[in-house]
Design a protein around this ligand. Sequence first.
Ligand code: ATP
Ligand code: MG
Length: 269
Amino acid sequence: MAGADLAAGKSAHIIVLGNEKGGSGKSTTAVHIGVALAHAGFKVAMIDLDSRQRTVARYLENRAAFAASRDLALPTPDVAVIADGPEAAAELELRLDQARGLDFIVIDTPGRDSELARAALARADTIVTPINDSFVDFDLIGQVDPETFAVKRPSFYAELIWDARRARAKVDGVQVDWVVLRNRLSTLEARNRKRVGAALDALAKRVGFRVVGGLAERVIFREFFPRGLTLLDRSALEDFSLSHVGARAELRALLAGLNLPGWDPAMLA
Ligand SMILES: Nc1ncnc2c1ncn2[C@@H]1O[C@H](COP(=O)(O)OP(=O)(O)OP(=O)(O)O)[C@@H](O)[C@H]1O
Ligand SMILES: [Mg+2]
């Protein structure tokens, strides 16, 4: 992390990817957001709180190695990994407090509850929760009626975010933006997509999140990792197909949907 930015005075906007459901696309989305912000010219750093899987750190290490081996200039955020432990929350606070001068910090959390994940959520300006379009994933944020699929009540993760937002509003009056991303959408499941969409819209009003389209299910997202690439690294992508064009449009829409301060869609042109 850029400790040299200590004195600059401005607070970085903190984006936290969170969902206790494993495999919902937090790390993949985190890297795409972080790299997109770097491509757009922002000063951005990432923090990986999943010290066991280290997906974000490994992704960006692969990226740096690939860029070096091909002599490519790939915009890459710095990344720090913080491991669970008695000092972890304090270390996170320290890093966030030292991040003045950065524009954005993107924090990835593990797919489970942890004190550290909660500490990160408590500091978020924007919380991004990718969910797979399935009622199994939906169940963490809301329960639905088995006959009508109408939302019966919010679940524990919605309550956890609610508490984090309320605490933040009390501490410094900041209105935290919570965005639920519909991730890994499949075109083949129209009925399920409609039902999950209706349930999300209903719950959104009740607990106060916004629903934004995420990344569709595409095999390219699984293949990028060994080289640490993202959709935006055109100079490094060997075959740029129609699928990439569609996926880039989704990524642009995703970033626009986050309503980040200073973001202008033209920055990714
Ligand atoms: N849009 C997508 N299309 C296809 N595969 C995807 C997509 N997004 C993520 N994946 C794949 O799904 C798996 C889980 O993604 P990822 O590791 O980003 O999720 P996660 O929420 O960070 O998981 P965890 O909770 O274990 O940290 C990975 O194999 C990843 O490559
Ligand atoms: Mg992950």
